[in-house]
Every structure is written in C-alpha cells, then in structure tokens.
Design a protein around this ligand. Structure first.
Ligand code: HEC
Ligand code: HEC
Length: 374
C-alpha cells in the first residue's frame, strides 16, 4: 500500500481501505518466516499466493482431512505420510476406489526449489494446479468440489480459517492453502546437510559413496564413478527448476514396454519414456522405488544401474557412456561397479535421511493434536 505523506489524507485512505476490505473481504495476513540453506539456490512463490501463516495453517488441516474424499476416509496424508517422507510405502497408491493407481506416491519435500512440472510425467505446472487434481480424481479422492465447498462452509472452524486466510471459502483457496502448506515442508538437517555445513565428517564408507555418487567414470584417468550426479544433481531439493532438465530415461524399459512419460505433456516422441528424476532426500524411507514402484530396495535400484539397464530409443546417453571398465561388449550397458562400491553408494544415500523432518510436529496431523489437547 502507498504510504500517506500528508496527515490530511490519512482518514480517507483508512476509509477507502475499509471499504476495500468489505468489498473484497481481504483479511490482514502475516507472512511466514523460514530459513533455507544457501545451497538450495533461488526459489519462487506465485505472486498471487503469498506465503502467509494463515494459509499454511489452513493448508495443513486440509491436507490431513478425509473430508476431502467422497467416502470421508482418504486424505492427502493417506498417500503422503510424514514418517515416510510423505510417501505411502506402496508399490502404487490406492485411494477411494480401491483400484491401484498407475503411479508410486511421490515424496513431498523442498518443493519450492523443484521444477515447475509436478507429477512423474510433469503434467502439472504448479502446486496450486496440482492440489485440486487428486481431490477430483475418481480413483484418488473422487470429491465433487462444489459439494466440498458446501461442507467446508458449514464447518465453523473451516469458515473461520478460510476467512482469516482468504476472506471466504473457495476452490481457489483450497488449492492455495494446500500449495502453501506443502511449500513449508522444508528439510535441511540430514547428516549430509550437516556435513555440508562442516558440522561432521562422513564415515569412510559414506565418503567413498559420496565420491562415487558425484563422479562420472573416466577409464582414461582411472576415475571410478557411479554417475548419479549426472541426473540427480538437485538431489537435495525437488529437482531441477528449469524447463525439462531433470527428466530422463534411466533405462527401466525397452522400446516395447516404454511408457509415455513426459510425452504425455509435450507430445514429443523424443520425450517418450522420460520421467522426473526425483529428489533423493530421505530416499532410504521412501521405498518402493521408481514411478511404478518396481524396485523394493536400494540394492535393487543399484543392481538396475549396475547391469539391469534396458536399451530403448530415448535411453539417456549419460547412462550409455558411463562404464568403469573400458567398453568391451557394445550391447551390454553396465557401470561395472564392484560390490563394495555399491554398498558405499547405498551408505551415502542413507546420509540423506533427515529425522528432524520426518518427526517435525509442524508437519504432523493437526487433528491428533486437537484430540490430545482434549
Ligand atoms: C490415492 C493416493 C493419493 C492421494 C489421496 C493424494 N496423492 Fe499426491 N500423489 C500420489 C501419487 C501416486 C503421485 C504421483 C502421481 C503421478 O505422477 O501421476 C502423487 C503426486 C503428488 C505431487 C507431485 C509431487 C512432485 O514432486 O511432482 C504432489 C504435490 C501431491 N501429490 C500432493 C497431494 C495433495 C495436496 C493431495 C491432497 C489434496 C494428494 N497429493 C493426494 C498419490 C496420492
Ligand atoms: C540418466 C539419468 C540418471 C542417472 C545417471 C541416474 N539416475 Fe536415478 N533416476 C533417474 C530418473 C529419471 C529416475 C526416475 C525414473 C522413473 O521412475 O521412471 C530415477 C530414479 C532413481 C531412484 C528412485 C527414486 C524414487 O523416489 O523412487 C533412485 C533411488 C535413484 N534414481 C538413484 C540413483 C543412483 C544411486 C544413481 C547412480 C548410481 C542414479 N540414480 C543415476 C535418472 C538417473
């Protein structure tokens, strides 16, 4: 708001803003305060959805409320559980219909730094857009938004929370609040974060794993590597923030079995079979792995990269090239890491677990809290 320099105009401005308040039901809100490590880089928040305390408070309640589903049994948290870094432990998620979805649940963490393409195939452009989709999806929550708005309006607590955050109950408000609660799911205190801050040294096996994770193998100079960083360079946050960087084909399927992936969004044949390289933060607690949950353990994942790669027309050249012994068989793609090296990489992946995040009361179920308080 413009500041009034002359005392005489103060009163008209006050009246004007009161009228504005009544007309737009625009409440006075307070911005959240938070800190994030410098290494995460820049982040953006949509201009029309400031990160207010009121919207985050409302978003947290909505996130945990089964009222958002047609049978009143499924909330966002059914498939996004805090102790599992907001995944659900299932191969592919199950909602109100009981029919398994096509996809494995995704971890929700440090989403402000991620790409502006949400879902495994990138089909949603913002957290606000994303939030409404599971509510309406027939297999997930299958809730008619108009009916939901009526129910929310009939609930005193919600009416009050919406009033404070946005002025009134609306579908837009639901989306904005859920988006802002999820933006606050910030994790920055894993052992690896502490290592970056110089607070601890990694064990020798973790350190060996870190080096392998970070290196693209080069047999000419005898540099051994796992080439993970080639694609998982934003492994602490939600992924890459620019364009389609961070979507790739990591060799899960051959041409016959290749899934649509990013092609769903772009209709570009070169994008068939490309999926989002997700954050690896808290990866030790988010099994099973990959967009379809095909791998049960991190050992399975490493076995895939070390010898299970399937060739297809969009397979990443970074994977084809990466080999720790000079290429002998042209057809067989392998990293050729030894067992000790695999164990080391897995040990490093475990340093990405942030226990504080997984138990932070600010992200937990507010209804449990209310019940405990009587
Ligand atoms: C029935 C289980 C289920 C429910 C309920 C559910 N989700 Fe999800 N969520 C998933 C699955 C599965 C994916 C990956 C889907 C895909 O890629 O198509 C996902 C993906 C996401 C993503 C994308 C993350 C990223 O990094 O791209 C966000 C954000 C998200 N969900 C938020 C929510 C919110 C908010 C709600 C509640 C309104 C919710 N989810 C309800 C299962 C669920
Ligand atoms: C060419 C790019 C690329 C390289 C190299 C790569 N990854 Fe991936 N990774 C991906 C993509 C893309 C996905 C998601 C694939 C999917 O589900 O379809 C993925 C998925 C994963 C997952 C499962 C994540 C989840 O939430 O389910 C893990 C774990 C993983 N990678 C670890 C590694 C490790 C460790 C290395 C190094 C040995 C590595 N990756 C190398 C691109 C890559």
């Amino acid at each position: 708001m413009k500041s009034a320099k002359v005392v005489g105009v103060l009163i008209p401005i006050f009246i004007a803003s009161t009228i504005y308040y009544i007309n737009n039901k625009k409440p006075a809100t307070h911005l959240v305060e938070f800190t994030a490590p410098f290494v995460f880089g820049r982040f953006t928040v949509p201009q029309n959805n400031p990160l207010t305390q009121e919207s985050v408070l409302l978003g947290r309640r909505l996130f945990y409320d089964p009222l958002l589903s047609s049978n009143n049994q499924v909330s966002c948290a059914t498939c996004h559980k805090q102790p599992l870094a907001f995944t659900d432990g299932l191969k592919t998620s199950v909602g109100v219909s009981g029919k398994p979805l096509a996809f494995n649940s995704m971890s929700l963490v440090n989403l402000m730094w991620g790409p502006k393409h949400f879902f495994w195939n990138g089909r949603s452009p913002s957290l606000e857009d994303q939030a409404i989709q599971p509510i309406e999806h027939l297999d997930e929550m299958s809730r008619n938004i108009e009916d939901l708005l009526v129910d929310l309006n009939n609930d005193d607590t919600y009416r009050d929370l919406f009033k404070r955050a946005f002025g009134e109950v609306s579908a837009q408000g639901i989306a904005k609040a859920l988006a802002n609660f999820q933006r606050m799911l910030i994790s920055s205190n894993s052992r690896y974060d502490q290592y970056i801050r110089g607070e601890l040294t990694l064990s020798s096996i973790e350190e060996q794993g870190r080096k392998l994770f970070m290196a693209h193998p080069d047999t000419k100079v005898i540099l051994r590597g796992g080439n993970c960083i080639d694609c998982h360079s934003q492994f602490l946050t939600g992924g890459f923030s620019t364009m389609f960087d961070g979507f790739s084909n990591n060799g899960l399927d051959d041409d016959q079995a290749l899934q649509a992936g990013l092609f769903t969004l772009t209709n570009n044949e070169a994008h068939r079979g490309l999926f989002k390289a997700p954050t690896l933060r808290n990866i030790a607690v988010t099994a099973p792995y990959m967009h379809d949950g095909r791998f049960t353990t991190l050992e399975d994942v490493l076995a895939h990269y070390n010898g299970g790669i399937k060739r297809s027309k969009t397979l990443s050249p970074l994977i084809i090239e990466a080999d720790n012994i000079p290429k002998t068989q042209k057809n067989h793609i392998s990293l050729n890491l030894n067992d000790d090296e695999i164990i080391a990489i897995i040990a490093f992946l475990h340093t990405l677990t942030d226990k504080e995040f997984l138990t932070n009361p600010a992200f937990s179920n507010p209804f449990t809290e209310e019940n405990n308080n009587g």
